[in-house]
Unconditional design. Sequence first.
Length: 442
Amino acid sequence: MFKRSIGLAALIVLVLCGVFSFTQRVVFNSASASDQQIKTGNSVITKAKKPEPAPIVYGIPTDSLQIVEATIQRGVSLSEILADYNITPAAISELAKKSKDVFSLRRINAGRNYTLLHLRDSAQTAQYFIYEPSPVEYIIYDLRDSLAVTRVEREVEIVERSVAGIITNSLYDDLVRAGGSPQLVNTFADIYAWRLDLNRIQPGDKFKLIYDEEVVNGTTIGFGKIKSAYFEHEGEEIYAIAFEQENGTGYFDQDGKSLKKAFLREPLEYSRVSSRYNLKRFHPVQKRYKPHLGTDFAARRGTPIRTVGDGVVLEARYTRGNGYYVKIRHNKTYTTQYLHMSKFAKGMRAGKRVKQGQTIGYVGSTGLATGPHLCYRFWKNGRQVDALRVKLPAADPVNKKHMSEFTALKEEIVTKMEALNVDGAQPRELLASDKQKEQTGA
């Protein structure tokens, strides 16, 4: 009887040990398994979740670092920002010396984003300061003992896109509504400036564009060139096909004729004429009738002014009547002048060579002007003429030796354009993509 009791007790102990062992094994396994619930008898055991890995920021592991993201505030210096994170003035002075040839601390501007990584201790000592001067690049200031400065360029993806629509109100409104941008409107207007009067566009006219879009980390940062365009005005179809020859890239119609003249029609992008060339205009400042031998363009102060053609700067100075102005000689026949600037573009001076479309100054109201605008003057054979009426020579057409190459490109463009829908039922579509990898970044 005694032996039987001992045996029974031993059996009970063995069973209990087995249950305990099984329970421990389940807990252990559940801690390393995926997120699920496991039932053991009347109990439910939930696995312990794995901790999320620390993110890698600008290529820097942040396991032991705290991430601070903010914007440079106006009037706040980098020294003030870093002082709050245990970086001494001596260290900042040394950092300024090392950054001089990479990206000077003086170029850090208010309104730009930055990221600061600091230790998770009581002092919160900064280890890295990362500044983004543009969407394409960022600067890493290593604040550890090395005090290194590194500039990194992100990968820029070039994506080919298209947009199409019908004019119902204006080119600007309808192109932007179709998914374009003000920048695309300006470029489109320049391309067709000599072939079309954009102020006489009619409802029902159709437009189509194929262009490059610059994308960084999935975000559009700008637009590249328009590769081709199409405009149908009162039933007339006019293609604009970008094609490169020895003298550079130009836009040509379906017959290979250049859409460009030797001069741009206007010195401002898609602007409004506020006062035309007039031999009997009443002067708003002098309060008397006198010839107005220029064309006034209304524009906001600071709007870039561009030279309408290649040439050499004759004058870049200030007078009481003209304010700040630039005068350019293009060749023996043509000279242009740009008045009432707020300031000159950097490096603008007499003798400087300029290229068509180059910024030479900015709209202002200096001299005898009642408000910000540009007075644009045009000389032909030494006589001032109406810049909007003068007949100018066209640029060269497609060279005969390149005509077969141009014809093949034209056929490809026409096929793409015919596939685009102008009724707005389809959004702009991705036609093709290519990657322009300058330097791999974050």
